[in-house]
Structures are given as C-alpha cells and as structure tokens.
Design a protein around this ligand. Structure first.
Ligand code: SF4
Ligand code: SF4
Length: 465
C-alpha cells in the first residue's frame, strides 16, 4: 500500500486532500501540526501546508515526495525551499491536479514506469501513424468542418495530435451515436441480433480527461450486467495519449484529471519540435517495437518533458472547488436559486450531455418499415436535458421543469454516480460549456455554489469522519 501523510491545520483542507489521496489508493495519515507528523513521514508522500501554523521545512527532508502549499506571506520561504530541491511541487491553492502530478512523479521513480522512453520528431508523425495502421486500426483526431473529431484514420497525413478538444469524445468509438441492436420480421416471426464490428485498434492522441472518461464508461457499461456491444468494441483497444493544450473552458485541474497516465499504453509529451513517447505497458512495448521513426530518448528530452509538465500545471481557470467536496456541496444546494438562474438561460437542447465523455444515457426504439411487417430496434444517445426524457407511458413526467433537469445533470456528475463509482463523473473537459449555445458552463455553476456555501461546506466536510 502506498502511504501518504497530510499535514494541514484546517480540518476542511486536511480532509479534502486526504480523501483525494485515498481515492488514488493511498493509505493516508492526517496530522494537524508538525509535532504529530514528525517521524511519521519518512519515505512517504507528504502533502503539507507552509504557514504560521505548520512549518513545512521541518518535514520535507524526510519525505519521499513532498507537495507543499504556502500561505502568501510564506511564499518566499517556499521559493527558497524549492530552489534547494527540498520538495517536488508547490501548490498555491487547493489544486488536486498538482497532487496527482507529484504522486505520479513519485510512483514513476518507485515503480520504474515508463518501461521505455522514446522520441518522435514532428515531421515523422505521418510515418508513425502509417506504421501503426499496419499493425492495428487507428482512430485519431483529424480536422473537421466544426473542429477536430475522432475518426478511423484512412489517410495518415490527416492526423492532428496537437489540439484542445474534439467535438464528440472518444465514447462514440465504443457506443455509437446510433446503432442497430437487432432486425425483426413480424411475418416470419424472426429476430436477429446485429453483431458490432470487433477489431484490434489503437486510439491515438487521447487527452487525459478523455481517457478518464473512458475509464468511467468502462465501469458504467460493465458493473452488474455488462453491455456486450460496448464490451466487444472496447476489447483489444490500446491507447496512446498526448499532452493537452487546455483553453479557458478546461477545468481538469480542479478534478485531478489533467496529467494522469491511468489507462494508457503509451503517452506522448509534446516538446515542441518532437514528442517524448513514454511507453507504459507490455502491450505498448509490443505495439511500438521496432518502429524505425522512434529513437531512444536523451537526457534533454526527459528534462524538457519535466518542464512541460510543470508548465501545464498552471490551470486556465482558478481552482475553486475540489472533487472530494462536491457531493456535500450538491446535497446542501438542492434548493439553491442557482438552478432557477441557469434554467432561465438553458434551451434544453441536450448538447451538453451529448458532447460529454461520461454521459451514457440512451433510448431504444423499434423502427418499423412502411409495410409494418419488418423493422429494426435501434439505440440512440439520449439526454436528460430533453423534456421528454423522464416522461413515462402513463403520461407523467418526473422532471418536467427545466430547473429540475439542470440540477439533475449536475447531481448525476457530482453526487449520485460518485456515491456508486467512488469519484466524480465529470472529468473537466469543458465541452459542455464550450458548445453550449447559452454559454452555460459547469465550472461556473459548481464554483458559484462552492462560493455561496463555502462556510457551511467547511463545517460539513470538516465534521465528516
Ligand atoms: S447545452 Fe446549454 S442550453 Fe443546451 S441543454 Fe445544456 S445547458 Fe441547456
Ligand atoms: S460535465 Fe462538462 S466538463 Fe464535465 S465531463 Fe461532461 S462535458 Fe466535460
């Protein structure tokens, strides 16, 4: 079991950081002061404040990896500590993404990952894609009329791995927008299930937030009663990630999804003139084995990758809420006027759910031909934001009011599904805000609720066992 010690004087912050690390699989000890932490941090990950209450300088030397946040008046001390190499990451505010980065760095060192580091020059991207296509089907971002989109690649030169976001997330590869489940014939009294195309494939250029979205869908489609079409399409899929170019809609930093390597077989760090290709799994080693356009990484590439990682740790939006507290925030916001404010602007178009990498609701319809003798059973993406979504056969509608539908979407992301899955069901990709015609942004809603309820939230989270 990986071990971490969290030292914050404020119970609210201490609890938030500790819960976050527990979700990353750590055995966590919580301490309120240096005295109780002294002697307990040797060889462990330390997440600690540096303030008038807690002097981080007394603890960082012992830790295997230290993550330090400072009160503004102690920022100079922290700069000096950091200069001396006393700790790994400075967290100015509540920034779970930076904890993940520090933890990843620590685990990379301890567990020996990546398995290999290669470099790929920028002008060799097409030949790299062509070589992958000889081994597997390749899906990757290509230029589209309305922005980048994930497609099965036919032309290697069409691939673009430097981008901010695709319009639709990669979920469409495993759960298509519309698919035929079976064909039936009433006259012949027959029905035949359609089998999805199953092929070994590699998804290239998947951002960390979207990878986290796939991992959440894996859970949704396999818990209890696995859904065979999803499982078959998902089977034998490898993932090659790439660093993101976040824009003003991204809030992956708030949710700790911006820099993980979970789920990937390889990961490309954009160094400007070339990529550092981290190979992370045995399958990744086999996939990339013998590709002539990959050469062994030099020290300069590894050093530059660390700088890129640090640069990316500056969030485009302020870090104003934490995934460990959003369930409590939602519960105390049930009657908040924010839902009415948002509902008054929302058009109930459903775009926010269709573009979301973690939304998976669908509708099933029988489409009968004009003779009424034969037809198809089709499954289509659906949206809880549409008025018809919660209407049942007897005519009742459980969420007829727009306000209730707006609240339901966020409750699913931040309360209902986290209770079952163990982590928030939003990965901070920003698509819902980026493509909303009413300019409604999930980040704004949660940040506003966090601000309005900050005092109560502090008490509630602080009082949790
Ligand atoms: S995309 Fe915007 S306008 Fe459309 S349903 Fe979602 S929040 Fe409402
Ligand atoms: S709710 Fe919005 S930001 Fe969160 S994962 Fe879905 S589309 Fe991305």
């Amino acid at each position: 079991m990986k071990e971490a010690v969290v030292v914050f004087s404020a119970p609210f912050l201490r609890k938030a950081y500790a819960d976050f690390l527990r979700r990353q699989g750590f055995d966590v000890s919580e301490c309120a002061d240096v005295g109780s932490a002294a002697g307990a941090v040797a060889g462990k990950v330390l997440v600690c404040e540096h303030s008038s209450e807690v002097d981080a300088g007394e603890l960082v030397g012992e830790a295997a990896c230290a993550v330090v946040g400072a009160a503004p008046e102690r920022a100079q001390d922290v700069a000096a500590l950091k200069e001396a190499g006393a700790f790994d990451v400075f967290i100015g505010t509540l920034a779970p993404g930076q904890i993940v980065e520090a933890v990843n760095t620590y685990l990379d060192g301890v567990e020996g990952t990546p398995k290999a580091n290669k470099v790929l020059s920028r002008d060799a991207l097409s030949s790299f894609v062509a070589a992958l296509m000889e081994r597997r089907a390749v899906y990757a971002p290509v230029d589209g009329r309305d922005g980048h989109r994930f497609e099965k690649v036919a032309d290697p030169s069409s691939v673009r791995v430097t981008y901010t976001s695709t319009v639709l997330p990669v979920k469409k590869v495993f759960a298509p927008v519309i698919e035929t489940l079976l064909k039936f014939n009433r006259v012949e009294d027959s029905a035949e299930a359609e089998q999805p195309e199953v092929e070994p494939k590699v998804l290239l250029g998947v951002h960390p937030c979207d990878m986290q979205g796939v991992l959440r869908l894996d859970w949704a489609f396999t818990e209890r009663n696995p859904e065979s079409n999803y499982v078959n399409r998902r089977r034998d899929t490898l993932f090659i990630g790439v660093t993101c170019t976040p824009d003003e809609y991204c809030f992956c930093q708030n949710l700790g999804t911006w820099n993980t390597r979970e789920g990937y077989d390889a990961f490309m760090v954009d160094l400007g003139d070339r990529w550092l290709v981290e190979i992370l799994t045995d399958e990744g080693m086999r996939l990339l084995d013998g590709l002539s356009m990959l050469s062994d990484a030099d020290e300069e590439a590894l050093r530059k990758a660390r700088v890129v990682r640090r640069d990316l740790s500056s969030p485009p939006l302020p870090v104003t809420f934490h995934p460990a507290t959003t369930d409590a925030l939602m519960e105390m916001s049930e009657d908040d006027k924010t839902w009415v404010d948002v509902a008054n602007r929302c058009f109930s178009c459903g775009t926010c759910t269709l573009v979301c990498p973690t939304c998976y609701c669908f509708d099933v319809e029988d489409e009968v031909d004009i003779t009424l003798s034969a037809g198809e059973r089709v499954r289509k993406w659906d949206s809880c934001q549409l008025q018809s979504f919660a209407k049942v056969a007897t005519g009742e509608n459980f969420r007829e009011e727009r306000e209730g539908r707006v609240r339901h979407r966020l409750y699913r992301k931040y309360l209902f599904l986290p209770e079952r899955y163990g982590d928030v069901f939003c990965v901070g990709c920003g698509r819902c805000g980026r493509y909303c015609t009413a300019d409604i942004h999930t980040y704004d809603i949660v940040a506003k609720l966090a601000e309005r309820h900050s005092a109560t939230l502090t008490d509630v989270v602080g009082a949790r066992e």
